[in-house]
Write a protein that binds this ligand. Structure first.
Ligand code: ARG
Ligand code: ZN
Length: 867
């Protein structure tokens, strides 16, 4: 390769290269004089040799341009010849034995736009250290298998930064004579430096208390700007519910006397589980009916729970190296999914989680960035906080839960926590704990950790009426992925059942069948009538099922299956089969879809939330994933056509559903949420029908709404219409919420997702809007991330959508490389598209890779996407 980056091409970090650290750091004292322009950090490290090459020097990670102003060993200042900088590491030769190493650096948080390390957000100073941010604060062995006890003394101007927070317990505070004050914090739990955190600012706390199962009292604080205090109640309730849930379901108690959460406006991702001091993107803390949708409320509770659960799955037991990331993330996502399922509707939660998996992880697993949940190499670890590590990782844990049962899984998790408490563990340690606690052999199951790609399972059911038997033939294929041409079969737990096509009776009640080999079959005796197969119920395995079930059978399951997920799934499959046939110009059973939707709408036993999910057509992106080659125009035409006909044919039913779910006082119960969901889905179909009053109806909902779910739902429908009501609503929304960054994000997103023909021009204009900024990750994702998900506008035939996104990536890269890199994958899907678009997408990736000075983050994503 001869791009300008060829010389600077970073070399990959390999899992097989892992070596234990040569030096440990049992204790760290930090003294931080906070100042936005020049923060002085004095670090005192107690170091001792361990296991590594005897005589190896102490190597401390640093950041580009970071130089120590002072270094001392055992109190003696070092001369310039007694240390050196190698790359970004500070190298200090030391005698074997314990030492005290002092370093001093000055850093500038206000210039830190990457939002890693110590940075300024609004008037705050805060930190983000995972994965490798601590090295931007001070020289340190920045790897998760070095665990230390931290004592932190923070000093800052009292007026600007009245609140000073860090991990653990506050051990002292005081005033200085120069207008500054100080606070000292001590965290008794040894932790890797990625869990270090510090916040200084003018914050107010929503305070509460939780008493643990063993009777210890924990002070809870959610710290925000004063004006945001009224928006913290939901997060606080979720925190307390999470603490109780982890005691009940996993037997895990909180272990410090303080648990603080801080919300910040500029944050690279969702939130961070720093020990005793979680730091959150404010979008996952702040919620009230005026500004947050029901989905936002659920996301707040889910992320609060996720970060809290990390206190055990992540902090008490951490990761040995970053290749083990899914050890904490997959497990913790599984834990937060189950928490949310227990809090609300389990069926709807499962549908939502599978939607996310299919929208984000399946395409990743089928593309150039595919990697196993335990990867083998990376250039930049930030690029591996992926849907595969998180969401597929959670599915892998869920399969263990399914195979071992709730009690067996709990025995295993107890053993895992007990054996590994206070250490940095591996995925292998987790599997071994599950095995020994249950006396099972998970040998083949380990392949789920090493093999990438979404398995495809062919499931064919045949019935022999004469002998009264049925046979289910199963076959699995794990497709090739980059670097992994050949795969071995994996154990796939499939929940399945058989129903009688005529009687509707359950012929074979649900059982779990583990498909371990490439092929397998099951014989069912005493099957007197034609059976219908219900398989992968509850989405028991993260696979694609290929069956030959007819439209009639799918419609039957969508009406009669007793597993709500399987009902949803049957309807989806029916819709997919019909739409794919329409796209490919084959005969399609559209009437079956319309009748199945009619039946679902009429079924009074179903709750509104489920109906709202079940009647939605699969997304354009998901339909594209089913095709050998994606033609976004053909997909749009087929899908919009079916949507119109569904809207028109069932117009009376949509209007009835709309009327039946009219807003009646805001409540956050699952029932009320379900009604709001179905209401906006119905409004969307009324609009799709072309009804003359649709825009007026949507505007009326928009204006009468007493909550953001209804208001934003109406705006979403209006956003794709060509009507004066649309402009009126967008202007009204802007005027009402222009001062509220989180809501303004929605205003950008709704326009970026519009199906209108002029969306590309509108988005280009929005990128020049005074409220748009590349510096805030939420805003960048709200506009550019959403646009890249808009299948029609992003894939404009002239390549203008690709060019726009590439321009934004290149503009954002020097400011925030992590966030820029996360915009690359949509371009990386080029191989899936028809040749014209594929060439245009490739050309943009090539332009990106050829740009001098590219970050390692964007370079890795773009070059691998071309590869
Ligand atoms: N551990 C955090 C969480 O899942 C996310 C950290 C993401 N870090 C990153 N470099 N992308 O809760
Ligand atoms: Zn996490």
């Amino acid at each position: 390769m001869d791009s300008p980056n060829a010389i600077a091409t970073p070399h990959p970090i390999l899992r097989s290269d892992y070596r234990p650290p040569a030096w440990l750091v049992p204790a760290v004292h930090l003294e931080v004089e906070l100042d936005p322009a020049a923060t002085r950090v004095r670090a005192r490290l107690s170091v001792e040799p361990q296991g590594g090459t005897p005589g190896a020097p102490l190597r401390l990670d640093g950041a580009p341009g970071m130089v120590p102003e002072r270094i001392a060993v055992d109190g003696r200042p070092l001369g310039a010849e007694e240390w050196r900088i190698e790359g970004e590491q500070l190298v200090i030769p030391l005698d074997q034995g314990a030492h005290i190493v002092d370093t001093e650096v000055v850093i500038a948080p206000e210039g830190n736009t990457q939002l890693m390390g110590l940075y300024a957000s609004g008037g705050l100073l805060c930190t983000q250290c995972e994965a490798e941010g601590f090295r931007r604060i001070t020289f340190f062995p920045d790897r998760p298998d070095v665990l230390s006890r931290y004592t932190v003394r923070m000093v800052a101007d009292r007026a600007r930064y009245p609140v000073l927070l860090a991990n653990g317990d506050q051990t002292g505070t005081g005033d200085m004579t120069d207008g500054r004050h100080w606070a000292e914090w001590h965290d008794p739990f040894p932790k890797p430096c990625y869990l270090f955190a510090m916040v200084a600012g003018d914050l107010k706390a929503n305070r509460d208390r939780f008493v643990t199962a063993s009777g210890r009292s924990v002070e809870l604080g959610i710290w925000v700007r004063e004006a945001d205090l009224p928006r913290t109640a939901h997060a606080m309730a979720a925190l307390k519910a999470s603490m109780a849930w982890d005691e009940r379901v996993y037997g895990r108690e909180y272990d410090l006397s303080i648990f603080n959460i801080v919300a910040v406006a500029d944050f690279n991702f969702g939130a961070m589980e720093n020990k005793g001091l979680n730091i959150f993107n404010s979008r996952y803390i702040l919620a009230d009916p005026e500004t947050a949708t029901d989905a936002d409320y659920d996301a707040v509770a889910g992320v609060v729970a996720h970060e809290y659960f990390h206190n055990w799955s992540g902090n008490r037991v951490t990761c040995r190296d970053w290749f083990q990331l899914s050890l904490k993330e997959g497990f913790t996502v599984f834990r937060d999914q189950e928490f949310s399922a227990d809090q609300g509707s389990r069926a709807v939660k499962r549908i939502e989680d599978v939607r996310v998996l299919r929208a984000a992880q399946f395409p990743e697993d089928a593309g150039p960035l595919a990697h196993p949940i335990r990867p083998d190499s990376y250039l930049e670890i930030s690029n591996f906080y992926t849907a595969t590590i998180y969401n597929k990782g959670a599915e892998v844990i869920r399969m263990l839960h399914t195979m071992l049962g709730a009690e067996g899984f709990r025995r295993g998790s107890d053993r895992y926590f007990d054996e590994n408490d206070g250490t940095a563990a591996t995925c292998e340690d987790f599997l071994r704990a599950m095995e020994t606690a249950n006396g099972v052999d998970l040998g083949g199951f380990r392949r789920w950790y090493g093999q990438a790609g979404t398995p495809r399972v062919r499931a064919l059911l045949s019935h022999d009426a004469a002998s009264g038997t049925a046979r289910l033939s199963l076959a699995q294929i794990v497709p090739p992925t980059p670097g992994q041409p050949d795969k071995l079969p994996m154990p796939i737990p499939l929940r399945l059942a058989l129903f009688g096509a005529e009687s509707g009776r359950t012929l074979v009640p649900e059982r779990v069948h583990i498909l371990s080999e490439a092929e397998d079959s099951i014989l069912f005796p005493a099957i007197g009538e034609r059976p219908v197969l219900s398989i992968n119920r509850g989405f028991s395995a993260p696979v694609v099922i290929e069956s030959d079930r007819s439209a009639e059978d799918l419609a039957f399951l969508s009406a009669h299956d007793d597993d709500p997920f399987a009902r949803f799934e049957a309807m989806q499959q029916l819709m997919v089969d019909t739409l794919v046939a329409l796209i490919e110009g084959r005969p399609a059973d559209e009437a079956a879809v319309i009748e199945a939707v009619r039946t679902t709408l009429a079924d009074e036993a179903l709750d509104a939330a489920f109906v709202g999910e079940a009647v939605l057509l699969p997304t354009e992106a998901f339909l594209g994933d089913q095709l050998a080659q994606v033609d976004p125009v053909a997909i749009r035409r087929a899908r919009e056509g079916l949507r119109q006909r569904l809207g028109r044919t069932l117009e009376a039913q949509w209007r009835a559903a709309y009327a039946a779910t009219a807003a009646n006082g805001f409540a956050l119960t699952p029932v009320a949420k379900g009604r709001r969901r179905l209401r906006t889905v119905a409004l969307g179909y009324i609009a799709a029908s072309g009804a003359a009053d649709a825009a007026a109806l949507a505007l009326a909902q928009f204006e009468a709404a007493d909550n953001m779910t209804d208001r934003y739902g109406a705006l979403g429908v209006l956003g794709s219409m060509v009507a004066p009501e649309r402009e009126r609503a967008l202007e009204g929304f802007y005027e009402r919420y222009r001062a509220d960054a989180l809501v303004l994000d929605k205003w950008f997103t709704v326009q970026a997702l519009s199906t209108r023909e002029d969306t590309a021009e509108q988005v280009a204009r929005l990128a020049r809007h005074p409220d748009f900024t590349l510096a805030n990750p939420n805003r960048l994702r709200a506009l550019v991330g959403a646009f890249a998900a808009n299948q029609h506008a992003f894939h404009a035939a002239d390549g203008s959508g690709y060019r726009f996104v590439a321009d934004m990536i290149l503009a954002a890269d020097p400011i925030n490389a992590q966030t820029a890199a996360r915009l690359v994958p949509p371009l990386g899907r080029w191989r899936r598209f028809e040749p014209m678009r594929a060439a245009l997408m490739r050309a943009e990736l090539e332009r990106i890779v050829a740009t001098p000075g590219l970050s390692r983050d964007v370079f890795e994503q773009a070059s691998k996407s071309l590869g």
